[in-house]
Design a protein around this ligand. Structure first.
Ligand code: SF4
Length: 323
């Protein structure tokens, strides 16, 4: 079978071992060398170009939008099969190991910070890499006297408590709405800064082996988003970013944005690309601002774009403040 293997940046180092294993099973293996940022980013174009019969996407859980005929078993360890016409797609999530001795002490620090803030009920969230560790984290926090709640994110999210960079709503949905604070178990700031603001957010990081509040950083990013919104309200000419990545493409949203902006007397043009970067847009000198319909975390790099970038989810607010 001809197979295309796709890895996110952090797992590309393991590509050779997987290629060797699959080749030894009699498959013809190709490796995608494109950048890969998320489960939304299936290398369908490459798979079709090389006439692959199967695409194996490592490191992420199934992105629900792609899964019209998927097996919705709650078992995380099963490979999820997604049918895309002419191509078989498999997601193979990656699960991180935790040093529980060190993580135990770190969770004690987390619990003591939470108690000191007056929090009794907490909403527990994590990226897919820590799905298998979540139960143990929940038990530890409960043992330390906290009530642990878990919500479920939007349609792109597969598991209770799971967050994506573009969907942190599990932190504040369902039972988790009643939480006094949010606990993010995982590494880095990318996922926790995608959690909607409004409640204190504590990072319990098993990789740094540290627990710390990230509420101020979330508020700072919200301030930046509001600043970009205000600046974009003064713009006359807009570029609308429309991605061709399978899980990001939002043609209807881009068309609606164009129509609404034109109604307000603004000029708006669609800019289409698989991947957007400040360099790719640098020579479009006539645009005053961008409306982003692709990955909502593009706006994290707004300073590098040198112009206001506003997510499509904020278009209503933008139109309200436009004169
Ligand atoms: S849209 Fe962005 S944040 Fe969401 S899964 Fe894709 S790359 Fe990650």
């Amino acid at each position: 079978m001809r197979i295309l293997l796709q890895f996110p940046e952090g797992l590309k180092k393991e590509a050779l071992a997987h290629a060797a294993r699959m080749s030894s099973q009699g498959n013809e293996v190709f490796l995608s060398a494109s950048a890969c940022y998320g489960a939304c980013d299936l290398a369908l174009e490459e798979a079709r170009a090389i006439k692959a019969q199967k695409l194996v996407h490592f490191g992420h859980a199934e992105f629900m939008k792609m899964s019209a005929s998927a097996d919705n078993s709650p078992s995380a360890s099963r490979l999820t099969k997604v049918k895309v016409p002419g191509l078989r797609v498999e997601y193979v999530p990656y699960f991180a190991e935790v040093d529980w001795k060190a993580a135990g002490a770190m969770l004690e620090k987390a619990a003591s910070l939470l108690r000191a803030s007056g929090a009794k009920k907490v909403s527990l969230v994590f990226p897919i890499q820590h799905l298998k560790n979540a139960k143990r984290v929940q038990e530890r926090l409960e043992h330390l006297g906290l009530i642990v709640l878990m919500g479920k994110g939007g349609s792109h999210v597969r598991h209770a408590g799971q967050v994506l960079g573009c969907d942190g709503t599990a932190a504040v949905s369902g039972k988790a709405r009643d939480a006094d604070a949010i606990v993010y178990f995982g590494g880095g700031k990318f996922h926790p800064t995608g959690i909607p603001s409004g409640k204190p957010v504590l990072c319990a990081d098993p990789h740094l082996v540290d627990a710390y509040w990230i509420t101020d950083e979330i508020a700072r990013q919200e301030k930046c988003r509001n600043g970009a919104l205000l600046a974009a309200s003064q713009a006359r000419t807009f570029g609308i970013l429309l991605s061709t990545k399978p899980g990001q493409q939002n043609t209807a949203g881009a068309q609606l944005a164009k129509k609404l902006l034109e109604k307000k007397g603004r000029r708006a043009e669609m800019l289409v690309a698989n991947e957007f970067s400040p360099l790719a847009l640098a020579n479009f000198l006539s645009f005053d601002a961008y409306i982003n319909t692709a990955c909502p975390r593009i706006v994290d790099d707004r300073e590098a774009y040198g112009k206001p970038v506003v997510n499509i989810s904020e278009i209503k607010r933008l139109l309200e403040i436009m004169v």
